[in-house]
Design a protein around this ligand. Sequence first.
Ligand code: GDP
Ligand code: MG
Length: 592
Amino acid sequence: MNIRNFSVIAHIDHGKSTLCDRFLELCGLMSPLLKEGQALDQMSLERERGITIKAHPVRLIYKKGGEEFILNLIDTPGHVDFSYEVSRSLAACEGAILLVDATQGVEAQTLSHYYLAKENNLKIIPVINKIDLPNSRIEEVKEEIFNLTNEKNISLVSAKSGIGVKELLDRVVNEIPSPLIRKDSPLKALIFDSHYDKYKGVIVHIRVFEGKIKKGMKIMLYSTKKVFEVIEVGIFELDLKETNELNSGEVGYFAALIRDPKDIRVGDTVVDYKYPNVEPLPGFKVLKPVVFASIYPTLPQGFESLRKSIEKLYLNDPGFVFEPEDSSQLGPGFRCGFLGSLHLEIVEERLEREFGESIVITYPSTKYKIILKDGEEIEITNPSKFPEESKIKEILEPIALVKIITPKDFIGDVLKLIEIRRGKFLNMIYIDPNRVIIEAKIPFSKIIYKFFDDLKSVTKGFGTFDYTIDTWEKGDLTKVDIVVNGKLVDALSFIAYKDEAYRKAKEILNKMRGFIPKQLFEVVLQAKVQGKIIARESIAPLRKDVLQKCYGGDVTRKKKLLEKQKEGKKRMKMIGNVEIPQEAFLSITEVE
Ligand code: GDP
Ligand code: MG
């Protein structure tokens, strides 16, 4: 059997999912979604936003000169927050297509995904896409790719029109090595992803490295030593397709009535329970979340259902972490960690859409290390857990090493942006005569909110960035508490630089005031630092019943008004007797 396992990697929007559409067509895999484009982006959230969030595996049969090849293709997301999806996909492959947009050239995530593929020792095929566009810069982009990869053989394609796509598949077959086949050894398969199915339990996505997995066989999960009987084995077509077995070298899935999502760990090795004494596969490095926020059910009785949904979502998104917590004002909920702020947004939306949860989410914050005067060092992912100021010796904050790629015309504006975000410029190199990579160190808390938006706006949409958390540095920080009608709301506390605390507190209260509906009594909002009030706003009470505004007996209008109120109530929490809507919890994200 001829097998090729490969991924398509690129910066966001360079055409990965569109190229996969052409591969599907060439191999005769028909999807009703092909007409609309990006057929592998099947999640409604992906189609609406036009971005890939999850890696999507699919198996194709390609015929070349009388020979048949099985292609296991994985489409991957491009956004920096989803790099973990990319790195897990690459572990299941022997090769990768590195796609670069002919009008954009090499971008920030082109670099980071290229290095990921290199680390995984993959054969990389560089490709320039969108050559149909009149403003494509093929020669310059060739040079950029050569400078990055040292590769001269660069394929030219248009994923939209199909030019060069067949030749590219021929290259895949010729140049990407077939997997090492070890049929006669005991089973060893790598878990690279999973999802939950109501009937079959956890569906485990695997790459078989040695031996085979068959229906009816008993397998053991290496890290937990739990044994299950396999009830179904199959491959990824557009849906799951059952086969009898998966052999060494193949990518597919199995189900074994695994009901507890916690039994499955991404990166774990699946073995034959009769031959458990094998060396496990290396797995993945555990990713550390950098953005933290709390998720609460809108009603406290929703907690158990939320817990189950979060566990199931986690199966499909192992970059996200969670633990139960109790807020004095908001009741039981979860403190969650995310890989970035887009990741947080996506988790929030998936919980609501896929699992039907009604939730409220609090301010995102990063992690701080605090050294106490007694020498103890603690890590804080929740501002409400901040120790008393008198006990603190120093506070360390995470610093991001940021790489920004921008046309040279915007260098000045980008440097100004770095300064506004309290960053330090490190250096700058030209990747071609017109574009530079700027390296800077910026406190991570200063790139969580809207940094990308601001970068896009100062570079007229051309700038891109990537980052890694680099070091911890001392920061002059303090905790700001928010008090609503005399009640300190722990879930609204935030950490700010001392010289920004006053301004931020004022702006946030002002925003909150706009989001909190008038009540029958006055609502007073206060911000406090170390017990001292630094800002105050109030919301005047409602004068008359809202319904009195509806003159006469216009019943439908009254009904509509009531429904609108009910709708608005869905995502809010009661603090004492004050209704706080979701937007008010996130007002900090609107303040820089
Ligand atoms: P991804 O983020 O890398 O998966 O990119 P998509 O496949 O979603 O494509 C991003 C956008 O580029 C879409 O609007 C596509 O229609 C467009 N696109 C992709 N390939 C081509 C191409 O070869 N030519 C042109 N003109 N547009 C393309
Ligand atoms: Mg895509």
